[in-house]
Write a protein that binds this ligand. Structure first.
Ligand code: AMP
Length: 296
């Protein structure tokens, strides 16, 4: 496994990779969710690139940029064991040198959900991911369902800007008690960690109601909110029911696939989770047909 931290070294190493290339952009502090993306890519491509970069541009002032978990030795061990060929670990200065002034803005699909709670977040994501696509020139880039709006935004951008690559969407990997794996879970105290599965429980409660025929978005949303309210440490940022393809809010009962999503604070840690209904759509094929599908 080769590790590079300059543009020149990356270009040389990229040129030396054989066959098709899968890329997995990450912010490091890797866990089983990242591993799942790498494994899918490994099964489908001759060569695998992982990028590790905590992108300052996607953090708003007051967010957790400085505290964001870092574990490069642990990350490299995981990636080596997973059979990765090339790791790119740029610094912020390398990605955004003095004088930098070019940005990528995706419009409507960034407006709701995370976009409305994290100003500038998707501008930072779209900009860095564009740069990483140009630098790594993958055949396929792998993203997690865990950040459902992110992958919808990136699909839109790839389609709008004619990037010559495919986007694969990998289902959310969870801990045994349902908590979605996340680098930010390391912030949780034991007591907060015990409370955190309530996000998954909220998804499950709405899923159960849906399976018994409930289609009223307001009721599904109430069920999620009530479940979260049972956990005194959970403070809701938002709970939302949206069209699974457009991510527009759904107000009327519908049989079209929907995305349930939420952001919830437990202590200072902001956790997000989501799920598609019907439940059978939470597979790679289902997700790829739905989230931000450019055909829509
Ligand atoms: P991050 O390092 O948090 O920016 O995540 C890098 C990639 O891993 C993104 O595409 C995430 O959606 C994905 N990811 C993060 N957590 C999970 C998870 N629990 N299951 C699947 N994918 C995940």
């Amino acid at each position: 496994m080769e590790i590079v931290d300059s543009i020149e070294a990356l270009r040389i190493a990229r040129a030396g990779l054989r066959g098709t290339v899968g890329v997995i952009p990450t912010m490091g502090a890797l866990h089983g969710g990242h591993r799942s993306l790498v494994d899918e890519a490994r099964a489908e491509h001759d060569s695998i690139i992982v990028t590790i970069f905590i992108n300052p541009m996607q953090f708003a002032p007051g967010e957790d940029l400085a505290a964001y978990p870092r574990d490069l030795p642990g990350d490299l061990k995981l990636l080596e064991a997973a059979g990765v060929d090339l790791v790119f670990t740029p610094t912020p200065d390398l990605m955004y040198p003095p004088g930098y002034q070019t940005y990528v803005e995706v419009e409507t699909i960034t407006e709701g959900l995370e976009g409305s709670h994290r100003p500038g977040h998707f501008r930072g994501v779209a900009t860095v991911v564009s740069k990483l696509f140009h630098l790594t020139m993958p055949d396929t880039a792998y993203f997690g369902q865990k950040d459902a709006q992110q992958v919808a935004v990136i699909r839109r951008m790839v389609d709008d800007l004619n990037f010559p690559l495919n986007i694969a969407i990998v289902p959310t990997i969870r801990e045994a008690d349902g908590l979605a794996m996340s680098s930010r879970n390391t912030y949780l105290t034991p007591e907060q960690r015990a409370a955190a599965p309530v996000l998954y429980q909220a998804l499950q409660a709405a899923g159960t109601a849906y399976a018994s025929g409930e289609r009223q978005p307001a009721i599904l949303q109430t069920i999620m909110r009530q479940t979260l309210a049972h956990e005194p440490q959970a403070v809701i940022d938002y709970v939302s029911i949206d069209d699974a393809q457009t991510l527009h809010p759904v107000n009327q009962p519908t049989d079209k696939p929907i995305l349930l999503s939420m952001a919830v604070k437990i202590g200072h840690t902001r956790l997000i989770d989501n799920g598609l209904l019907p439940l059978a759509l939470n597979t790679r094929t289902g997700l790829e047909q739905m989230l931000g599908n450019p055909a829509v």
